[in-house]
Structure formats: structure tokens, C-alpha cells
Ligand binder design. Sequence first.
Ligand SMILES: NC(=O)c1ccc[n+]([C@@H]2O[C@H](COP(=O)([O-])OP(=O)(O)OC[C@H]3O[C@@H](n4cnc5c(N)ncnc54)[C@H](OP(=O)(O)O)[C@@H]3O)[C@@H](O)[C@H]2O)c1
Length: 250
Amino acid sequence: MIMQGNTVLIVGGTSGIGRALAESFYDLGNTVIVAGRKVDLIAQMRLARPGIRGLELDLNQEGAMARLSSSLENEFPDVNVLIANAGIMKSEDLLDEAHDISVAEGIINTNVLGVLRTVGAALPTLKRRKSTIIITTSSLAFIPRANFPSYCASKAFLHSWIQSLRYQLRDLDIEVLELAPPYVRTQLTGPHQSEDPRAMPLADFVHETIEKLANSDHENGEIIVERVRNDREAELNGRYAEAFNTINPQ
Ligand SMILES: NC(=O)c1ccc[n+]([C@@H]2O[C@H](COP(=O)([O-])OP(=O)(O)OC[C@H]3O[C@@H](n4cnc5c(N)ncnc54)[C@H](OP(=O)(O)O)[C@@H]3O)[C@@H](O)[C@H]2O)c1
């Protein structure tokens, strides 16, 4: 894609991967709108980059999508890049008798329905011009990590849904991309994750992602950084069981 002169809306842009992408797009010469629940984080981002616009949005709140539609219509009608990046990740012990189904419901609501709502609200705006939709899934969409069952399934849902979306939009000038990060140093599962040496440094991940976008290096619409390649291709190469066992040691 062309990497400057766009109006980019990043839903889930207040921290981690979304924030780093927002800052990169802004520094490359794009108008950037960051949406999320934490207005204090939006304010923090605007201290360093006052041109970044903010939109308070809780995808799970009633009326959120109507609000997003109306903000796009009235405040940000030029949006031509949507990054649907919001997500939460929680572990679940399915054997625990106290296991609370509301954890799964919360994940499905944010990661699945939240993305569907975001795309639904943005499509009328995006349809008006050449646009790009980027939806964040995960390497865990391809091989689940069993202590995060609903999270992995939510990303596998999106991996499938994105293919149908791309097909249905095939006659429009809208590119539909899937961004499938590996384990990255953010606070997705808590503060420990941003310090975990096994996780990919955030700056490295975003740098590789931006390079791939700039070079249209995304076969079949999938942005797959090198760290994810083995997991993405495990099934194709007959190594699925081995890859599953590596992530889920017996
Ligand atoms: N880090 C990894 O290892 C990794 C790996 C694979 C995929 N991913 C995916 O990458 C995306 C970003 O995660 P991250 O690692 O950068 O973690 P993060 O820092 O926790 O970012 C999550 C983002 O989602 C937003 N969000 C969550 N619930 C929301 C809601 N109800 N309404 C609106 N926004 C909401 C958060 O904003 P507010 O809190 O301000 O609402 C935040 O901006 C997620 O989809 C995640 O599943 C991450």
C-alpha cells in the first residue's frame, strides 16, 4: 500500500501493537485517529504527537457502533485505512469447576463481535474510495495454545471471516489484509509480557510489518513476519502435530 497521505483509523490503538503502528503511520506522514477506551493513553500519545486524533470507544458498550459510524460520517469522513486491532487475551482452565463462562463471552464479544462491529461501521466510509482494511489476528489462529482456548478460537474465527470479507469485497477497491503477530512484547496478558525475552520486541515487529506493507509483501493478504512463518506453514508442511506439541508441552 502507499504509506503516506492516508487517513488511518486504528481501533485498539492506545497501547502495544496498535499504538506503535499509530505512531509509525503518523511519523510516515498520515493522518491518524486512535480509538480505544483509555482516554488518558490517547492524551499521552498526543503529548508527543499533537496531530494524532483520538476517539473514545468501548466496542462492548451499547451504542458504540452507532457512535463510531456517526464519528466517521461527521468527523473523519476521509478514513481510507482501517486497522481493527482491539483484542483481549485471558487464560481459561476448562477443568476448573469454578470456570466462569463470562471470560469466554468477554473474549468473543471484544475479539470477534468487536471486529465485526468495527468493520460494519467503517465499510460505508471505506467504500467511497480506494481503501485498506487490516485486521489483527494471531499466530495462535493457526496453532492454538491450549490454556487460551477462547482467545485462540476467536483469532481462528477472524482468520476465516477475513477470507469471506475479502471475497465479498472483491469488486470494490478495498484491500483486506490479515496481520497475524507472533508473541510480542506488549502488556496483552499483563506487565510481565513486555519484559519477556521470548517475545518479539515490539519495535522489531512493527518495523517488519511496516516494511511488508510498504512492499506489498503479503501473499494471500496475510502479513506474516518471519517469526510466524513456521507456525503458519506447519499444517501445509505436515508438521502440525510437532508445532502443536512445541506450544503445548505434555
Ligand atoms: N502481543 C502479542 O503477543 C500478540 C500476539 C498476537 C496477536 N496480538 C493481537 O494484537 C492486538 C493488540 O494487542 P497488544 O498485544 O498490543 O495488547 P494491548 O496493548 O493490550 O492492546 C489491546 C488494544 O485493544 C484495545 N481494546 C481492548 N478492548 C477494547 C474495547 N472493549 N473497546 C475498544 N478497544 C479495546 C485496547 O485499548 P483500551 O484499553 O484503551 O480500550 C488496546 O488499544 C490484539 O488484537 C491481540 O490479540 C497480540
